[in-house]
Design a protein around this ligand. Structure first.
Ligand code: RBF
Length: 171
């Protein structure tokens, strides 16, 4: 169950580093478009609110969530991107398709993060029904696109801090 502490949508804006010099790739799945559009809007608005510019955002649409890792691989060839954010929504149906897709995306993004050294953010809703998705795409559990954006900014800031040998990182 989500709690106030774990719901990053209610984050403290002052604790988020500036994204002014950061460049982000966003891969968004078209399946369940009414949900993924809300995730994308929340994500982009959050990046811009924290200083990112539209010039530094690259957005790619892919058919379904299974294609998120392939989309991330394509965007990853743009070396200037500091992080790739992947957004999708898989809703459980009568079969086990959701488990295969969700595991494939989780494993794929983990591997890409390790291989490239760039943060690959898991913004995939893995829900049991549409209501759970609506709750997490601007509803009572916040917007996971917002949280994905904040996570991306913080992970890029972590890399910048290490590069500049700062002694205190985050918090
Ligand atoms: N893609 C999603 O992003 N969300 C879904 O809920 C979803 N459900 C699917 C259900 C089935 C039975 C299949 C075969 C595909 C589904 N997909 C879904 C599409 C999947 O991510 C991918 O685009 C296709 O399987 C083509 O590789």
């Amino acid at each position: 169950m989500a709690s106030a502490l774990s719901n990053l949508s209610e984050y403290n804006e002052d604790n988020v580093p500036s994204a002014e010099k950061m460049a982000f790739g966003i891969v968004v799945a078209e399946w369940n478009r009414h949900i993924t559009k809300a995730l994308l809007d929340g994500c982009v608005q959050t990046l811009l609110r924290h200083g990112a510019t539209e010039d530094n955002l690259r957005i790619a649409q892919v058919p379904g969530s299974f294609e998120l890792t392939a989309g991330a691989t394509v965007l990853g060839t743009e070396l200037r991107l500091d992080a790739i954010i992947c957004l999708g929504c898989v809703i459980k149906g009568e079969t086990n398709h959701d488990e295969y897709i969700n595991h494939a995306v989780a494993t794929g993004l983990t591997q890409l993060g390790i291989q490239t050294g760039k943060p690959h953010i898991f913004g995939l809703l893995t829900v049991l029904n549409e209501q759970q998705a609506l709750d997490r795409a601007g509803g009572r559990h916040g917007n996971k696109g917002v949280e994905a954006a904040v996570t991306a900014i913080r992970m890029v800031a972590l890399k910048y801090a290490l590069r500049h040998d700062l002694r205190k990182i985050g918090f």
